[in-house]
Write a protein that binds this ligand. Structure first.
Ligand SMILES: [Zn+2]
Length: 138
């Protein structure tokens, strides 16, 4: 989703509210949800790029994660990810949640405002909200 759409939606949401108060402090991270469909012996994640943007992770990182977790080849097809196997949406969402838990959410403050820094082969999850650092295995 573009920033323009996002802010447009926010404007709409605010406009719908009769009371302008209480719009602050309601900020919560909503994990993205996989939209997939099976085609023959393959499964496509249609909103793969959107998911990666939302969790601010490299497409290659999530692609490799799915490939490893499912033990199957994966290919990127534009903004979609093609998994060479049949997987239901529930299972894919479970994997995505595990990924977010391990590689996106800060262990200390539970916020998603993190980045992964590679220091001579050792990867560290650094939280931009509280400054916590945690080593991660990738
Ligand atoms: Zn934190």
């Amino acid at each position: 989703m573009s920033d323009f759409l996002k802010s447009y939606e926010e404007l709409l949401a605010q406009a719908r509210k009769a009371l302008p108060e209480k719009t602050q402090g309601a900020e919560r991270f909503e994990p993205p949800v996989v939209e997939s469909f099976m085609q023959g012996s393959k499964t496509e994640i249609r909103n793969f790029e959107v998911i990666c943007q939302k969790i601010r992770r490299d497409k290659q990182l999530l692609l490799k994660y799915f490939a490893k977790e499912m033990a199957i080849p994966t290919t990127l097809d534009g903004s979609r990810l093609v998994l060479h196997g049949k997987f239901n949406e529930r299972m894919l969402n479970e994997k995505l949640r595990n990924f977010i838990e391990a590689y996106v959410i800060c262990k200390e403050c539970k916020r998603p405002d993190t980045k992964i820094v590679d220091q001579s082969g050792f990867k560290t999850l650094i939280c931009e909200a509280c400054g916590a650092r945690a080593p991660i295995k990738l």
